[in-house]
Design a protein around this ligand. Structure first.
Ligand SMILES: [Zn+2]
Length: 760
């Protein structure tokens, strides 16, 4: 999973740091959360660490791990896990494999044929080997092209082109009088997580769904296609999961608990998240004859893709026969876990993870991130040999089963929920890695922390700091003067919230563990995502070909992990957090106002007859119906709660500054253990034990993947989604619930500030 979620998501701003060459110039100010003495020692270890990772090691790891297809359940998936285990041990870490048994369907029967309305055509559903690319011919081990967790089915119906297949697209179809009842939807990839497409199609009465990759989006329009260039060739197909994880993430047979070998499982018929209709992904070579056989109104301008045909909406005239049947088997997952015990606080855990399973050979997704983490683990082992002892426990996790639905990480988190609730300080994730800008998303109490890390690592191409390069990129590209001013003047660059799409999900959304997702990207284009062409040949020709950004990820991940593990007082900061909350509440209020204005304006146009008058009478046009204007919601409880957080945050900042006086000996004192317990709890406080309404597997009330966007994060999701769905009572309940959590959070921050003020 995880298409570029890690990329360039710092959203904005400040303090200029002179460009440097060579080693980072040590800053005289102590690190955040460190006394002057511990800061000096820490910087020495960090300097040792940053010198260790070597690009040639990353390259060798990737070549070995991507040598054969290694999807869940394949022999090479297990082989890779055992190899990673041996590596962890070779690095001197205490490692083991933890297994889980999960539902993982694989294709048994797949058929797409045009039976009516054009010349008979049978889709190839096959990616051909490419002569130059030595692993592309491993056909006996490649998973055929499919969408995992599609319902079984054998359906025939007229085609309707639904653009990206997101809810707005169906509003447009409704205006045009195009119905999906009894039809097969054909959607293009993009603009939402893929599982949303069959979900929304089924809600509109479709009986089947095809998803294709349009060349405008990641094929010949943006660049040369593989093997001449990095973009999607005509037969390339994006595999991927379509599991509906709106309620629960993880294994569909064990929602809310670990899929250990002895777990009591749901019956297959009760499995969570299977689509309502059969769905299959296809290439643009296979899509073209199908799209060409669609008649009816011509598609709106921005719906037209890059194929040399006229895009029509349908339904029909072409009729498609779609057949999808899977082997519904239980497969074994192999999570590889390595522990470095903490010397002072062994029951405070910093967890660093990246998945190892892929859809096929998976050089970019996930190995480009996995090899950076492995090299970080090697560097950690080297530091231990040199006498370093982390204060806190560090756990490296090479996850299996991420691609089907975050299975390996979710099942591990569910199995160890109690320990994690007590022990986990932070989770740091990475996934695919590329060339370009550093990106970070995550919990806003760690926003300052990850900005500080980015200030201390050098960008391999420009030799600026990662931070400075990001800041200048935002200055160069921000649309408005407000964003540009913020990029120039705010102390820290804003980080985006975490949505869905990689292994941080369970840590953040089930337990409420402060989490970060990090990686590089923005300069590696391509269209091999989840195809057989995402392999070593592609990566070493078109992506981070010299592994310099892989090495930088080892360094950034290494420093981030080390710095939390060794801090006197954990590097949580609440000023940025409060500022983000202020922004979220402003956004919610603005959204409510925009909703009112839009509906008022639309109702007025309907009264004026504007829609009907503007439409071509010779074409079908159904004007929208009048809607009730949304009520004003009372955001005051939320505004007051955020005000309290802002006050507590500034108390905490003052207390920390005070504790920093005279070399900061108060930070290293005996009360820091108690303060750290409060800080660890600060993210837990943002969760509701019973989960959000209708989403029992999602407990975090500030961030969650959208139920109708999938990848994209929704801020204060229970309120936002209730407003989007026009459930006003539910929105007000959400406001009350989130306000209570935030008031408790403010009290916790104030308590931490008090203890810090009293610390000696
Ligand atoms: Zn991935």
């Amino acid at each position: 999973m995880n298409r570029h979620t890690a990329l360039a998501t710092f959203v904005c701003t400040a303090i200029s740091i002179a460009p440097f060459s060579g080693a980072i110039i040590a800053d005289e100010r102590p690190l955040y959360g460190y006394s002057a003495d511990s800061s000096r020692t820490e910087r020495q270890w960090e300097d040792k660490l940053r010198a260790i990772p070597k690009p040639e090691n990353l390259r060798a790891y990737m070549q070995r791990l991507s040598a054969r297809p290694h999807n869940v359940g394949s022999p090479y998936d297990k082989d890779n896990a055992e190899w990673i285990l041996a590596k962890f041990k070779e690095f001197g870490l205490d490692a083991h494999i933890e297994v889980f048994d999960v539902l993982f369907p694989t294709p048994k029967e797949r058929l797409v044929e045009l039976v009516d309305g054009g010349p008979h055509f049978v889709a190839k559903l096959q990616e051909p080997p490419v002569a130059e690319d030595p692993t592309s011919n491993q056909q006996s081990e490649q998973l055929p092209t499919y969408n995992a967790y599609s319902a079984d089915g054998d359906v025939t119906g007229p085609l309707v082109y639904v653009n990206y297949g997101v809810p707005e697209d169906y509003e447009e179809l409704e205006r045009r009088g195009v119905s999906l009842k009894g039809a097969i939807a054909i959607a293009r990839y993009g603009h939402s997580w893929r599982g949303i497409k069959p979900k929304v199609a089924a809600e509109h009465g479709a009986i089947g769904c095809l998803i294709y990759s349009d060349p405008r989006d990641d094929g010949y329009a943006p660049g040369e296609t593989f093997p001449a260039g990095p973009y999607r060739p005509k037969d390339g197909v994006q595999r991927g999961s379509v599991q509906d994880s709106g309620q629960y993430m993880g294994d569909p047979l064990t929602p809310g608990f670990g899929a250990t070998p002895d777990a009591k499982r749901l019956a297959l018929k009760d499995a969570f998240g299977i689509t309502k209709i059969p769905v299959l992904p296809i290439s643009y070579a296979d899509a073209q004859p199908l799209l060409a056989a669609i008649a009816g109104p011509v598609a709106p301008r921005n719906w037209r893709g890059g194929l040399p045909i006229t895009y029509h909406l349908g339904p029909g005239a072409g009729k498609v026969h779609l057949k999808v049947f899977a082997n519904w088997d239980i497969k074994r997952l192999y999570d590889v876990i390595a522990k470095v015990p903490g010397s002072a606080y062994p029951d405070e855990w910093i967890i660093r993870g990246n998945h190892h399973d892929a859809w096929v050979n998976g050089a970019e997704d996930p190995l480009s991130g996995q090899v950076a983490m492995l090299e970080q683990a090697r560097a950690t082992g080297e530091l231990l040999k040199a006498g370093w002892k982390p204060k806190r426990t560090i756990i490296f996790c090479a996850w299996d089963g991420e691609e089907p639905g975050l299975l390996g990480s979710t099942e591990w988190v569910e199995t160890h929920a109690e320990e994690l609730r007590h022990n986990a300080v932070a989770y740091i994730n990475s996934d695919s890695n590329g060339r370009g800008f550093f990106g970070a998303e995550g919990s806003h109490s760690l926003e300052k922390f990850i900005n500080d890390v980015a200030r201390d690592v050098q960008d391999p191409e420009t030799k600026l700091t990662l931070w400075k390069r990001m800041q200048l990129e935002q200055v160069a590209h921000s649309d408005g003067s407000t964003d540009r001013d913020e990029a120039r003047n705010r102390a820290d660059l804003r980080i985006g919230a975490l949505g869905g799409g990689s292994d941080y999900g369970a840590f953040l959304n089930i337990i409420g563990i402060a989490s970060l997702n990090i990686g590089f990207g923005g300069e590696t284009g391509g269209g091999i995502y989840h195809s057989i062409y995402d392999d070593f040949y592609w990566y070493t020709h078109f992506a981070d070909t010299d592994f310099s950004y892989g090495r930088a990820l080892s360094e950034a991940g290494g420093i981030a992990t080390l710095r939390i593990a060794d801090a006197d007082v954990l590097p949580f900061e609440f000023g940025d957090f409060a500022d983000t909350l202020q922004m979220y509440v402003r956004e919610l209020k603005k959204f409510g106002k925009d909703q009112q204005d839009e509906i008022k304006e639309r109702n007025r146009k309907i009264d004026e007859g504007a829609f009907t008058a503007a439409a071509d009478p010779k074409e079908t046009y159904i004007p929208p119906k009048k809607q009730e204007v949304p009520p004003f919601l009372n955001f005051a409880p939320l505004e007051n709660a955020v005000e309290s957080i802002t006050r507590s945050a500034s108390e905490y900042t003052k207390a920390l500054a005070h504790a920093n006086e005279n070399g900061g000996s108060a930070l290293a004192g005996s009360s820091s253990a108690e303060i750290n317990r409060l800080l660890i709890d600060s993210e837990r406080k943002l969760t509701t034990p019973q989960g959000m309404p209708g989403r029992p597997g999602y407990h975090h009330e500030l961030y969650a993947p959208g139920e109708y966007t999938g990848y994209e994060a929704k801020a204060i999701p229970a309120v936002r989604e209730a407003m989007e769905q026009k459930h006003w009572k539910q929105a007000e309940d959400g406001i009350a619930r989130v306000s209570r959590l935030l008031n408790d959070e403010a009290a916790l921050i104030s308590a931490a500030a008090e203890k810090l003020t009293a610390a000696k």
